[in-house]
Ligand binder design. Sequence first.
Ligand code: HT9
Ligand code: FE2
Length: 328
Amino acid sequence: MPSHDALLLLSFGGPEGPDDVLPFLRNVTRGRNVPDERLAAVAEHYHRFGGVSPINGQCRALKAAIEADFAAHGVDLPVYWGNRNWTPYLADTLREMAADGVRRAAAFVTSAYSCYSCCRQYLDDIDRARAEVPGAPEIDKLRVYCGHPGFVEPFVEGARAALAELPAGARLVFTAHSVPLDQPGRQRYAAELAAVARTVVERAAPGAPWDLVYQSRSGPPAQPWLEPDVLDHLGKLHAAGTPAVAVVPIGFVSDHMEVKYDLDVEAAELAARLGLAFRRVPTPGTHPRFVALARELLAEPPGVPRSVPGTLPPRPDSCSPGCCRRTS
Ligand SMILES: CC1=C(CCC(=O)O)c2cc3nc(cc4[nH]c(cc5[nH]c(cc1n2)c(C)c5CCC(=O)O)c(CCC(=O)O)c4C)C(CCC(=O)O)=C3C
Ligand SMILES: [Fe+2]
């Protein structure tokens, strides 16, 4: 990868108060055919938390931790932060970078996998924001990193700790955001998730029973999405006599709303009602291993396809123009 004069932390964005909730949800779902009932339900999730998503605070903490990690390792690069769906908007960050004289930045995205929602949508938003900003820096999105130990190890540690607290016979239930079955890249997404889950099991609890499930389904009810749903699955596990579950949110980088509400409220309440012992494993967040990942990806030699755990073929460093492209 060519040399960079800045790191851009690129994230999803989230509301910072009650008045932000609806405009944020409209930004996220513009042109996406999400029913009003679903939007109203999700708005309630945010309002339960005072209209504040945890994700922006997590980005601020990650940015500060990356800056400290750079300083400790002699990496002399400024770190900027921009979002796709809320302030600080990416275009505003690019304007600030251009004013500071940044010519070419590497983007570390808070999304670890391949698929349209996880990868291409970030690339499209980079293109759109750059087109708005005269003199915008070039942006190279750092590679998909789901197989990197900096992402996997925090989950291994968390899974071990959760299992140590649960009774014998506990299952590992890996969970990720569902996507529609017609979403480009979803086979690769599901295969990467399964490979990461398998790696965590091998490292944390070899031979332990495990499943990969999905959560936070959106869209019209008739549209098919990746399944099984985590809530349905917990019900089935309980009915089959499973005494305990460690839920591992391998689809996510930080404990944002999908984790704090859909798992810590919804799934935890269901488990309590069923009498199913339940632990939720933390996401990487600001785990030092994950914080170091940005620096490690920046230092990788260019052009070498990176291995992904399990049997998946390696993935090239940068996406081809058509990868994960949405056609409809
Ligand atoms: C794969 C995936 C990730 C993981 C990769 C990544 O991290 O990027 C992810 C992350 C996130 N999704 C988030 C929030 C939302 N996602 C929505 C809607 C959707 N997500 C989808 C997929 C994903 N989403 C899809 C296919 C839709 C349907 C509409 C569409 O096709 O785009 C909606 C609309 C309401 C609803 O849920 O229906 C909201 C509010 C937040 C912020 C949380 C916070 O505020 O703390 C984060 C990190
Ligand atoms: Fe989402």
